[in-house]
Design a protein around this ligand. Structure first.
Ligand SMILES: [Zn+2]
Length: 246
């Protein structure tokens, strides 16, 4: 069975879902929507692993560049639990929050470690990149499999990423963001996947959730001038390929 839609990146482990996590997951399941929950520190990787009890949940284990003090612990967690993950991430560089070069070098050092780990474990890399797209590209362009989560860089770089056989994940924000709409317009359709980044990046008021990934499909189907179903099936196929899902 193929899922009807795939939210390639979200954080249903977060406290924003503590009150109704079960209904959020059920709402996605009832619409045949699967999602990849991305860990950002040791706690969220552990909760992500717990969420694997649900059929429509897949796990990516990672470490936000803002939580590098947990590097050793998370590294160990990933090695021990790699069998239950379909990707390493999110990992990457966040230069919006790190303005000084020593901090940036420290992030880069950790990122290199995770790149090596993903190669060693033959798992795709899910990249977090904020104000650091060019530097990230230099580090990962030779990697076998990579997804740029919530891609917001330039159209030129997007084409270079596509040439590497890597994927870009477009957030539900595409509904309002002219920049993301332009990116979708110029992108080769075979490298585009979608995400909510729940609880963030809502296209509507309030909290985002995996079931709302359909909002991105509506926006992209208008740009591609295709039906909702044809657009959805391209995006889902791309996601299966990006993450080696059968
Ligand atoms: Zn995220």
């Amino acid at each position: 069975m193929r899922w009807h839609l795939f939210d390639s990146h979200c954080h249903v482990d977060m406290p924003a879902f503590d009150k109704d996590r079960q209904s959020v997951i059920d709402r996605a399941f009832d619409a045949q929507i699967a999602f990849i929950n991305s860990g950002t520190d040791l706690r969220s990787n552990c909760v992500t692993q717990d969420l694997l009890q649900y059929e429509n949940v897949y796990a990516a284990y990672g470490l936000s560049p803002l939580h590098l003090d947990e590097k050793t612990l998370v590294d160990e967690f990933i090695r021990q639990n790699a069998d239950s993950a379909i990707a390493i991430g999110e990992v990457g560089l966040d230069f919006y929050h790190a303005k000084e070069e020593p901090q940036r070098a420290q992030q880069e050092d950790a990122f290199r470690g995770f790149i090596r780990l993903s190669q060693e474990l033959s798992l795709p890399l899910v990249i977090h990149s904020r104000d650091a797209e060019e530097r990230v590209f230099k580090l990962v362009h030779r990697v076998d499999q990579a997804v740029y989560h919530c891609y917001g860089g330039s159209a030129e770089l997007l084409n270079a990423i596509a040439d590497c056989g890597h994927y870009i994940s477009i957030p539900t924000r595409v509904c309002q963001s002219p920049h993301h709409q332009k990116l979708v317009e110029g992108a080769p359709p075979e490298v585009v996947i979608i995400e909510t980044d729940s609880p963030y990046q809502a296209a509507r008021r309030g909290r985002n959730e995996p079931a709302l990934v359909a909002d991105a499909v509506v926006a992209i189907s208008r740009i591609w001038e295709m039906t909702f179903d044809d657009t959805a099936s391209i995006l889902v196929e791309n996601t299966y390929r990006a993450f080696n899902l059968a």
